[in-house]
Design a protein around this ligand. Structure first.
Ligand SMILES: NC(=O)c1ccc[n+]([C@@H]2O[C@H](COP(=O)([O-])OP(=O)(O)OC[C@H]3O[C@@H](n4cnc5c(N)ncnc54)[C@H](O)[C@@H]3O)[C@@H](O)[C@H]2O)c1
Length: 488
């Protein structure tokens, strides 16, 4: 049993180290009561069976669902997670530095497809969820989950400054008994080598006075089949007690939790998942290029191979990889290995193939126009879809942007349609999404399908277009009319 489980809540409120920077300011009674008044506006009230809170151990507070949870970062990952805990009866605060996002959330407007406005409003009304930009909320939190972005910097190296910024806010307000979980995807070693030293020494020993773990988020935005609760959680704590509490926490909202022996294993397992996708998408892309060379239909080849009931998993080609995960996470691992003098060869090759796809797509368009005695320069290209994948408005790292940039550089006149992305700026050129109708399709020298959103009617597109270049196999199985359809 840990120190915390033995401590009553009253003891848990006592912070032993009076020399902690900011301790006096934070514990000044007048300041705290001012803070409470302010928090009352934005934080959910605690709703619990009987009488809650700090008179119980963390285990009891989690099991009784009256542990207070703060999720830092309310984006594609943090918001659905916060909503899942709030739906399970916990009082959840969604912390985000983006004040406009916070205002929208508190107004019941969800910025992402996986959380509906109705769900958000209902949880707000019940007092189970509230958003805030005020990190003082961390003082009241039993469990803190960090879900902030982990992008690449200008030099294409990992940029974990947002994780560290969030962790510093946590460290400055730590109290005995707090459980801190990192969910942001990052390179192996981040939790143990960076977060642990930052949090250690504030309130006592890890595994006794506070708890730290890594548990990767595996959500697939806009996937209607697998939502947060359907996807098993992997948990790696610094100590067995850290793992136990983290697993207990997630078992309140997901069906299956797998504990692994360390945060590094959990960090590496997430990277393996995404490198696996990156490498297999690269293989599908290379296969598509080879199939074109051989004059066979790529999709037909994949469908045939996929009839094998074991040992094969279908991946599909496309204009490249995008989003906040696949390419970036691979770069995180390759960077970390390079520090140790190891060349991650599969990752290097996959990145090379996937990053070369936009140029291949532009080449396909140019070649098809050329065969119709038309040059790319001056041609009207209608791009269908710019988001990195179907069903979302996320354009981070979207290969469509690279394709459009290259088309513009070669003198093409590009318009685009995307029901999820109303405006777009590519290399300084501002574009506004158009409606896809027969006139727009007929006016285009080439309709270029870059994201296979279900809102597009591909039958109409194929019927009306003079030329379609389809990088997503969205037109597969649709009879071709008077125009021509070229698939990757
Ligand atoms: N998007 C995905 O499909 C996905 C899936 C699995 C894992 N991940 C990982 O999850 C993490 C978060 O990704 P995301 O897609 O949710 O990002 P996002 O951009 O959708 O959301 C991140 C949110 O964090 C906020 N934020 C940034 N810095 C902050 C700070 N210091 N304090 C508080 N809030 C801050 C931003 O304002 C934003 O609202 C990343 O590490 C990503 O790799 C993403």
């Amino acid at each position: 049993m840990s120190v915390v489980d033995e401590l009553s809540g009253v003891a848990a409120q006592r912070v032993p180290d009076m020399d902690i920077p900011g301790f006096r300011a934070r514990h000044d009674p007048e300041r705290r009561s001012r803070l409470r008044r302010r928090q009352a506006v934005c934080l959910p009230k605690i709703h619990h069976r009987d009488n809650p809170v700090n008179t119980k151990s963390l285990t009891e507070r989690i099991e009784g669902r009256f542990a207070r949870i703060t999720v830092i970062g309310q984006g594609y990952v943090g918001l659905p997670l916060a909503i899942e805990f709030a739906s399970a009866g916990f009082a959840v605060t969604g912390l985000d530095t983006d004040r406009r996002r916070v205002a929208a959330l508190n107004d019941g407007r969800s910025p992402i497809p996986d959380v509906s406005d109705a769900t958000l409003k209902a949880l707000r009304t019940k007092g189970h969820y509230g958003a805030s930009s005020d990190f003082e909320a961390l003082h009241e939190s039993d469990v803190v989950i960090i879900c902030v972005p982990t992008p690449l910097g200008k030099s294409k190296d990992p940029d974990i400054s947002l994780v560290m910024a969030a962790a510093e806010e946590v460290a400055a307000r730590m109290h005995v008994g707090q459980l801190v979980i990192l969910e942001s995807t990052t390179y192996p070693g981040t939790t143990q080598e960076l977060l642990l030293p930052l949090l250690s020494g504030r309130v006592g020993k890890v595994g006794e006075a506070f708890f730290l773990a890594f548990s990767p988020e595996r959500i697939d935005p806009a996937n209607a089949t697998f939502k947060v609760r359907d996807i098993p959680k992997v948990v790696g704590g610094i100590t067995p007690e850290c793992s136990r509490l983290t697993a207990l926490m997630y078992s309140q909202i997901v069906k299956e939790v797998m504990q692994v022996s360390s945060p590094k294993v959990a960090e590496m397992s997430k990277l393996y998942e995404n490198v696996f996708r990156n490498v297999n998408i690269a293989l599908a892309n290379e296969f598509a290029l080879m199939c074109r060379n051989l004059g066979v239909d790529t999709r037909e080849v994949i469908e045939a191979a996929a009839t094998k009931p074991f040992g094969f998993m279908a991946f599909h080609p496309g204009p490249g990889v995008g989003g906040h995960c696949i390419g970036i996470d691979s770069a995180y691992l390759a960077w970390k290995m390079k520090l140790d003098g190891y060349d991650a060869r599969f990752i290097r090759l996959a990145q090379e193939i996937n990053q070369g796809m936009p140029a291949c797509v532009v080449g396909l368009v140019a070649e098809a126009l050329n065969q119709r005695s038309r040059s790319l320069s001056g041609a009207n290209i209608l791009a269908l879809g710019v988001a990195y994948k179907r069903g979302v408005g996320d354009i981070r790292e979207s290969p469509a942007l690279e394709v459009i940039e290259q088309l513009l550089q070669k003198g093409a006149k590009v318009s685009y349609a995307d029901p999820h992305v109303p405006v777009l700026t590519v290399a300084g050129t501002s574009l506004r999404a158009i409606e896809v109708d027969a006139a727009a399709v007929r006016a285009a020298d080439c309709v270029l399908i870059l994201t296979d959103h279900k809102e597009f009617d591909y039958r109409d597109v194929v019927a009306d277009a003079r030329l379609v270049v389809d990088t997503r196999s969205a037109t597969w199985g649709i009879p071709v009319g008077a125009g021509e359809v070229i698939r990757l």
